[in-house]
Design a protein around this ligand. Sequence first.
Ligand code: COA
Length: 259
Amino acid sequence: MEFQTITLERRGRVAVITINRPEKLNALNTQVHTEAIAALDELRDDAEVGCVVITGAGEKAFVAGADISEFAGKTAVTQRAVFQERTLFNSVDQFPKPVIAMINGFALGGGCELALACDIRVASENAKFSQPEINLGIMCGGGGTQRLTRLIGEGRAMEMCLTGDMIDAATAERFGLVNHVWPAEELEEKTMDLAEKIASKAPVALQMTKEAVKFASRSNLDEGLRREIDLFAICFSTEDKEEGVSAFLEKRKPEFKGQ
Ligand code: COA
């Protein structure tokens, strides 16, 4: 597929998806959703890709939300139908490989929700976060009330969603909304280091680990522990498990094959 609103780049075992509408602060319109989902489909089946980074083009924004111009004229019925289709948020959430949000500026509304759907969030010092839907007379619809609450707790999520106020990167780090805050000029290099480290691990073990960690906030402890054992056992059926153990015993670096 030819992309017009995103770019897709492979750097070794890391793929970078860049939402590329800087003149609209990378707002998510229908075309961005379609193209980014198509890019993820392509990357899912690419054995050479171990980790995906999602970011926004330009220096100002990661993503400034859903494209508000598309809300005009939408009815309850048509909007519900849009979100009942396969959404970008759920496609990222359910993507079998780790996804890192590299947040280089505004992450507002659907932009914050896109970051929340990713597995790890890292930000530059100038990043800003909010769920401003309330200011438009609506509410979060891309998972904000659910994923934000699970990540930072009910009181903090409630305040963000009820006020629409922006928080800065330092506050986001204190809340646990992002894992790291780095100077803007170091963001890309440090994010790529993190992504490459993850991408170098055994692919099946990465997939099982992502599934197990995500299951923790979607189940009770007993169910979670049972699921973890099942996924752990699957790792024992892989050649990469033999390779990882042998490499440790032979004091060498493992060479994982994704099998
Ligand atoms: N949807 C559609 N267009 C958007 C947008 C969005 N979510 N966010 C920004 N844009 C557009 C602006 O309309 C403007 O387009 P124009 O140049 O054709 O007029 C362009 O991006 C630049 O934005 P601008 O508002 O001029 O930049 P700013 O620095 O003055 O303000 C923000 C930046 C992020 C504070 C402001 O753009 C904003 O509040 N955006 C909406 C955020 C939002 O409510 N998101 C949630 C949607 S549910």
